[in-house]
Design a binder for this molecule. Structure first.
Ligand code: ADP
Ligand code: MG
Length: 449
């Protein structure tokens, strides 16, 4: 039997044993691409699919194959390439290197994170343009260093790797070095312990393009910053490109040395905002399609309306939908979608939302105690958290000024009005306040009836 026959038989037999829905979702899309030295290589459509198979159907498939093949076969999975690169996933990653299906892939870059798969919207246009520019011509002064900043799940890592993948594939002679700042830190510490700091430095300093993810983790780590500072300078002076991501505007990072910050200022900092509604819809459509999930437009819109915070949230909503539908063996309909969205949002609907909820949420986000928020302190951060809470109560709940005043330590209505105005203005002018208010608003104001 050749591999195609083995898989065909396996599939036929699975079709009989598995529920129709599970079969069409999880087995039909798999194809066999080779049999070599007792290894059957199966291709799956995407990484999520691969993970799902690993955790749910690995043994089912293995047993079925074994019962049909004259000799036991080892099953390996490869994720269908978006570009030309094949990536073989096996249980033991090391052994994947030996299979001839595996091809050049940067060990630290995720090939799924490329420019093609990055969906553009108003929220990320500028960041993407800057990233493309850097990938095209690394090392130009105006874009060096490039810092991409924004909240969690906005696509910062995606863009960082997209730059790396583009350079890695198009100019293989350029050395791409990529690490998270945590990894950089850990490697640095371990190099000290092993007396190998010289090797450590070398591995970073011979980069043509250095990609460092989440530099906020450098905060407060003096020695690592020192080390990074030297790496940075050396590369920068040699005209090498440096790209970094951060969870906020670098100038706002506490615990980063000034001299590091002033180095960062010489380049370009671009932000990624949360996706707007149209972009969210585009993302849902694209991600659903990639996962082989057909969704009617009303469901796409439902997701886009309620899942607002990040692209990661949108993605995981789709994954949950897939999982739900496959586990319960049901088609995805509006009710199922609603259920999954509610689960994701913690089923808090607007009618349940109270002033206390808002204060609690502001307290969790700002780390200022609830009793301080409603108390009398005039300390700046406390007063600001209070004003933000007041503003949100007015905006989201529409609570009357007088009754908001009562909740916040018996303040009169003009104080409440003043707070609303202050935050209204600040959230337009002050990026930090704007982002904070935006995030809280997004999180608190949903209603699914
Ligand atoms: P961050 O680093 O900002 O926290 P990630 O880059 O890890 O976010 O993105 C989270 C997930 O969302 C990833 O799977 C990524 O591929 C996806 N994603 C984010 N932005 C986009 C986008 N504009 N288009 C397509 N996928 C995106
Ligand atoms: Mg990231």
């Amino acid at each position: 039997m050749n591999h195609l026959e083995v898989w065909k038989k396996t599939r036929e037999s699975l079709r009989k044993k598995q529920p129709t829905h599970a079969y069409s979702t999880w087995f039909e899309p798999i194809s066999s691409i080779g049999l070599n030295n007792g290894e059957l290589v199966l291709e799956v459509p995407n990484q999520f699919f691969f993970e799902w198979i690993q955790s749910h159907y690995k043994n089912v498939i293995q047993n079925e194959v074994n019962s049909l093949s004259p000799r036991p076969l080892i099953i390996k999975y490869t994720v269908s390439p978006e570009g030309a690169i094949k990536n073989v996933f096996t249980e033991n990653f090391e052994s994947s290197k030996k299979t001839n299906v595996a091809q050049a892939k940067h060990p630290r870059l995720n090939i799924k994170y490329n420019f093609v798969s990055f969906i553009e919207g108003e929220n990320n246009q500028f960041a993407k343009a800057a990233a493309l520019n850097v990938a095209d011509m690394p090392g130009q002064q105006a874009f060096n260093p490039l810092i991409i900043y924004g909240g969690v799940g906005m696509g910062k890592t995606h863009l960082l790797h997209a730059i790396g993948n583009a350079v890695f594939n198009e100019t293989p002679n350029k050395k791409v070095v990529c690490a998270s700042s945590e990894k950089f830190t850990l490697e640095f510490i371990s190099s000290i312990q092993k007396n190998r700091t010289a090797d450590f430095s070398k591995s970073y300093r011979n980069a043509d393009i250095l990609l460092i993810d989440d530099i906020q983790f450098f905060q407060g780590k003096e020695q690592t910053q020192e080390q990074f500072f030297h790496t940075f300078n050396e590369l920068f002076q040699a005209g090498k490109q440096i790209v970094m991501t951060a969870d906020r505007y670098p100038g706002e990072m506490i615990g980063l040395q000034d001299r590091l910050l002033s180095r960062f200022k010489s380049g370009l900092a671009v932000d990624i905002q949360p996706p707007d509604f149209e972009t969210r819809v585009a993302i849902v459509m694209e991600k659903a399609e990639k996962n082989g999930l057909k969704l009617p437009y009303d469901i796409i819109e439902l997701i886009g309306t309620h899942i607002k915070k990040s692209v990661r949230d949108l993605e995981s909503t789709i994954i949950r939908l897939l999982a739900h539908s496959s586990l319960s063996n049901k088609e995805i309909d509006y009710d199922l979608a609603k259920k999954v969205i509610k689960e994701r949002l913690g089923s808090r609907v607007i009618s349940d939302l109270t002033v206390e909820d808002i204060v609690r949420r502001v307290s969790e986000t700002t780390h200022i105690k609830e009793r301080d928020i409603v108390g009398a302190s005039r300390k700046m951060e406390i007063a600001e958290a209070r004003q933000i809470s007041i503003y949100l109560c007015r905006e989201i709940l529409g609570t009357p000024l007088v009754s908001i005043g009562m909740h916040f330590g018996g303040r009169d209505h003009s104080t409440v009005l003043h707070a609303c105005r202050v935050i209204g203005n600040k959230s337009k002018k002050d990026q930090r306040v704007g982002a904070l208010v935006g995030e809280l608003k997004n999180e608190l104001s949903f209603a699914i009836n």
